[in-house]
Write a protein of this length. Structure first.
Length: 316
């Protein structure tokens, strides 16, 4: 399991931004077109409403622009753009090409597809590039799953939504924020959640649920072990916002109380690659994070991927 070698140049998040689809869809809106109801969706998933609409590039540009503005960094000085998405706008080129151009970046740009674990995959990848000499990176997680959901399928339509979260990362002279990380995948489970090219998402919800708790706990445990920290030292856990019952079960097994969990699922639904950054930056905007707090990001998704990262908030 990889451990960050001593002396590696670190990085810190110096700006962030978020964007949601422009149209709010409530559970009652869904109940008007399919056999479901508000009470069932709230109880079984924790979702009250979600936002849909916009392309992956549009949402990425909005969150990316906000992150650049907050950091005060000149877009032309960004050295690399990493866009995590499982719903690119086109097969070729990567959606990051469109985003790079619109934001005035003059650097390498590529997409990463690790489904709902995507943002953590992209964040870890960007840290690697910064350790190799890049000075500044823009990392974005965006998905527009509403475009590949069958809106007559109550199994999936109630869960998925659109959004984007972005972070500007800048190299530091010290160890930086990333304390430890873990990236996992088990491709033998690919049939549990998939979409063929040009087709809608299909999901075995029960099985995904069963596996999700285990793989989140495994990944988070590895990341805490790498860092030599225990659950009681975690100031904030930022779990993938898929289902409140998955989050509750994972937190319980990890020994992190729910009042230390970042939560946006109520109003975002499952925004896949955007889920973790939206929840992280919502918590940061709400003043829930202070210097040196240990923040544990943990996600899972189709593939089946899992990813976690431990950040020391604000560290240099
Ligand atoms: N509205 C109302 N009733 C529904 C419903 C809906 N949207 N979906 C299913 N039901 C009914 C079922 O028909 C079943 O009825 P029955 O008991 O009369 O047979 C009952 O509710 C329970 O269905 P079940 O499929 O067992 O529900 P569940 O508790 O497993 O919840 C999911 C379904 C999809 C919400 C849940 O399995 C889940 O969240 N799985 C993980 C999915 C996920 O996270 N995917 C993204 C991964 S990144």
């Amino acid at each position: 399991m990889p451990i960050i070698p001593a002396g590696v140049r670190g990085a810190r998040i110096t700006g962030w931004g978020s964007a949601l689809g422009h149209k709010v869809v409530t559970n009652n809106d869904l109940a008007a077109t399919m056999e479901t109801n508000d009470e069932w969706i709230r109880e079984r998933t924790g979702i009250h409403q979600r936002s849909i609409g916009g392309t992956t590039a549009e949402l990425s540009i909005a969150s990316g622009r906000a992150a650049l503005e907050m950091s005060g960094v000149d877009p032309a000085s960004i050295d690399v753009l990493v866009l995590a998405t499982t719903t690119p706008d086109r097969t070729v080129p990567a959606t990051s090409a469109n985003v790079q151009n619109a934001l005035g970046l003059r650097c390498g740009a590529f997409d990463v597809n690790a489904a709902c674990s995507g943002f953590v995959y992209a964040l870890v990848t960007a840290h690697g590039l910064l350790a190799m000499g890049a000075q500044r990176a823009l990392v974005i997680g965006t998905d527009t799953l509403s475009r590949i959901v069958d809106w007559t399928d109550r199994n999936t339509a109630i869960l998925f939504a659109d959004g984007s979260g972005a972070a500007v990362l800048e190299a530091t002279s010290g160890p930086g924020q990333l304390v430890s990380w873990d990236l996992d995948a088990d491709g033998s489970l690919e049939d549990l959640l998939f979409a063929e090219l040009g087709e809608n998402v299909q999901m075995n919800g029960k099985e995904v649920f069963r596996r999700a708790v285990r793989i989140m706990v495994d990944s988070a445990t590895k990341t805490m072990q790498h860092a030599g920290v225990t659950a009681d030292q975690i100031a904030l856990i930022v779990p993938h916002q898929a289902n409140i019952r998955i989050i509750t079960a994972a937190c319980e097994r990890l020994g992190v109380p729910m009042d230390r969990a970042a939560m946006t699922i109520e109003y975002t639904g499952n925004t896949s690659s955007a889920s973790i950054p939206l929840a992280l930056f919502h918590a940061a905007d709400a003043g829930r994070l202070k210097q040196d707090d240990l923040v544990l990001l943990v996600g899972f998704g189709a593939g089946m991927t899992a990813a976690s990262a431990l950040l020391k908030w604000g560290a240099l």
